[in-house]
Design a protein around this ligand. Structure first.
Ligand SMILES: Cc1cc2nc3c(=O)[nH]c(=O)nc-3n(C[C@H](O)[C@H](O)[C@H](O)COP(=O)(O)O)c2cc1C
Length: 165
């Protein structure tokens, strides 16, 4: 899959609106992820309200690029009714990788902005989205047509592979 090798963090976006069909496709890819006991702990907020987007951009010192985007997806996870709550953030990580790769496959740009496990950032996002207490924000993905590009680096390092037998 070529996007595994070409995907980059994109923090600048053009003003071109992102088609609803592309967002649907991205959310389908995210929800197709495996999860512990197939518990699917995720909920996805799709934010297009500029005032809320600006609030999300303030949720972390490293989230300012959010303000450049017309659409922002905030993956969250439930904290109640899960078989394996201790795996919820791992489940979300896998869904987020699917989301990021599908965004790249759609010709769009995004970047994963760290929210969980920082309590202060999680509280700021929960406030911005008015989340119920049983829902925790995991990360923030600003999405738009890329206004920057660069080649991805090659991270393959044969020295990090340890064969036994
Ligand atoms: C868990 C996680 C948290 C991240 N948090 C931020 C962030 O808060 N702000 C930001 O600008 N980039 C963030 N990034 C993006 C990384 O900086 C980026 O993925 C890394 O430098 C590699 O660059 P690449 O995505 O272009 O390959 C995060 C990435 C991950 C996986």
């Amino acid at each position: 899959m070529k996007e595994i090798f070409t995907r980059i963090s994109v923090r600048k976006y053009t003003d071109q609106p992102v088609e609803a069909e592309k967002i649907d496709r991205i959310l389908k890819a995210a929800m197709q992820a495996p999860s512990a006991a197939d518990q699917q702990p995720w909920e996805f907020y799709v934010v297009r309200d500029k005032a809320v987007i600006n609030q999300l951009a303030q949720a972390s010192p490293y989230a300012k690029c959010t303000a450049n985007a017309g659409t922002v997806i905030v993956p969250c996870y439930r904290t109640e009714g899960l078989w394996c709550p201790e795996y919820a953030e791992i489940d979300l990580s896998i869904a987020c990788e699917n989301l990021w790769l599908e965004t790249a496959a759609q010709g769009l740009g995004t970047v994963m902005l760290g929210i969980a496990p920082h309590e202060d950032r999680m509280e700021a996002v929960a406030r911005a989205l008015n989340l119920p207490a049983n829902l925790k924000p995991f990360t923030v993905f600003p999405i738009g047509y890329p206004a920057e590009s660069r080649a991805q680096q090659d991270r393959y390092d044969a020295d990090r592979i340890h064969y036994i037998g």
